[in-house]
Design a protein around this ligand. Structure first.
Ligand SMILES: Cc1ncc(COP(=O)(O)O)c(C=O)c1O
Length: 432
């Protein structure tokens, strides 16, 4: 783990580049997963800070250390929020039997807690992969096996066959990790597939004589902004063994800076180990943030969710139109647009990987000043996530990944995204 971590992962490198080398108002960032700044309710933040500090009876010890389970009032706010929003059609009875705990620093820290407390072995996931977590798992020594998805999420019949094909190695399967609105593709896991996953994990648990957790990462599930999509149904009622754990976050609907992520699941040794890990790395999430999150969930979440959905819906539609007009002829497939804030694009022919002409054009590193611009005033760069980072490097999609890329419509405003799509179109012509 130490040796493997001495080199930055692609995600780490991209986030560092944004911080250091991106020129604001010049370069266009369709790469990193930052949310849209306009969806962050700044005025509600200052209001919540005032309320929390003025009400120590409701929000005790807000500026002190906290306990590793998370503050009871935030846990209750999340429970109420799930019930009121009919999130995952989860009712209070189902939730009452589950434990909710708060991560030390967002959903990321809960994923880290799971990866660092479960013995290394095989993790099953969908391809394209959530490359940030897959990278961590591999550095820790896990073998990630990625099973292709389609527009309804991981292909569960393929997953079943993959498990069977492992033969005796099946014993090394430790858990399944599925992102319900996938990052990078924003494919939404269908309710049928969700139930299939519970069934597959349950059968496997019975066969192996131990529980194989099904970890559902719901980071973008509250960001399904297309009203035509069937609302996700909870896996909990079908999960008789208590093996499903949902990991959610308030990053996408309130603000990443809160760093509030939570896990919902049965009380179990795994839950206890995750709580211990929260304690080990930071005692708790900052109590002040937990208190502000609780206040915001209790008082303003309806209007906030509505405005976030409206903002991303509008952008998704405009960007889709721009993609069809600008890149339509070159594209083989376009995924996303109903939830989350990414489009995942596959070109018919053009390669997108970091050695490709397309990449060099968008990165202004062709070496031709007519394309790159003058040395000290280069033309605008467009950053995207190349598909080569998004598909598993031992999976079935390696070749296809070299023609794919993830484009975020969250961070930049729509006008600049349209400008970027024109540059991508020019890059296509150059590469062809
Ligand atoms: C699939 C997925 N899970 C988890 C996270 C991280 O969430 P948090 O900000 O709560 O750490 C992200 C962030 O983009 C994500 O895409």
């Amino acid at each position: 783990m130490g040796r493997a971590s001495t080199k930055p992962s692609p995600a780490n490198q991209m986030m560092a580049d944004v911080d250091t080398s991106f020129r604001p108002e010049v370069d266009i960032n369709l790469g990193v997963g930052y949310v849209n700044e306009d969806t962050i309710p700044r005025h509600l933040w200052s209001q919540s800070l005032d309320k929390v500090l003025a009400n120590p009876q409701s929000y005790p010890l807000a500026l002190n250390y906290g306990g590793p389970n998370g503050t009871p009032y935030l846990i209750e706010s999340i429970r109420r929020f799930y019930h009121q929003q009919h999130l995952c059609e989860t009712n209070l009875d189902v939730l009452a039997g589950k434990q909710i705990l708060i991560g030390a620093s967002g959903a990321t820290s809960l994923l880290d807690a799971i990866a660092s407390t479960i013995k290394t072995g095989i993790v099953l996931t969908a391809d394209p992969i959530y490359y940030i977590f897959a990278d961590l798992l591999e550095r820790l020594g896990f073998d990630v096996i990625a099973v292709p998805e389609d527009q309804h999420g991981i292909r569960t019949e393929h997953l079943q066959k993959t498990i069977e094909s492992l033969g005796d190695k099946k014993k090394r399967i430790r858990f399944m990790y599925i992102v319900t609105v996938n990052n990078p593709t924003c494919s939404i896991l269908s309710n049928q597939r969700r139930q299939d996953l519970v069934q597959i994990a349950s059968n496997l648990s019975n066969q192996l004589g131990r529980k194989v957790p099904l970890v559902l990462d719901t980071a973008y599930e509250m960001l399904i902004h297309d009203s035509q999509v069937q609302s996700p149904q909870s896996s909990f009622p079908n999960d008789r063994l208590g093996i499903t754990y949902e990991i959610g976050t308030l990053s996408k609907i309130l603000a990443p800076a809160l760093r509030i992520g939570y896990m919902i699941g049965s009380a179990s040794p795994l839950t206890n180990a995750v709580i211990q890990r929260v304690s080990d790395v930071g005692f708790s999430a900052p109590v002040l943030n937990q208190a502000m999150a609780s206040y915001l969930l209790d008082h303003h979440i309806d209007e906030q969710l509505q405005s976030v959905h409206d903002a991303y819906r509008k952008k998704a539609l405009r960007v889709r139109k721009a993609l069809e007009e600008g890149l339509g002829d070159a594209l083989e497939e376009c995924r996303g647009g109903s939830g989350g804030f990414y489009y995942y694009l596959t070109f018919k022919k053009v390669q997108t990987h970091t050695q490709s002409a397309f990449f060099q054009y968008t990165n202004r590193s062709t070496g031709d000043p007519l394309i790159d611009g003058p040395k000290h005033a280069k033309y605008p760069k467009v950053a995207y996530v190349p598909g080569e980072y998004c598909v598993h490097n031992h999976g079935h999609l390696v070749q296809r990944g070299r023609r794919q890329f993830r484009l975020s419509y969250a961070f930049e405003n729509t006008h600049r995204i349209e400008q970027a799509i024109n540059i991508l179109n020019d890059a296509c012509q150059y590469a062809s």
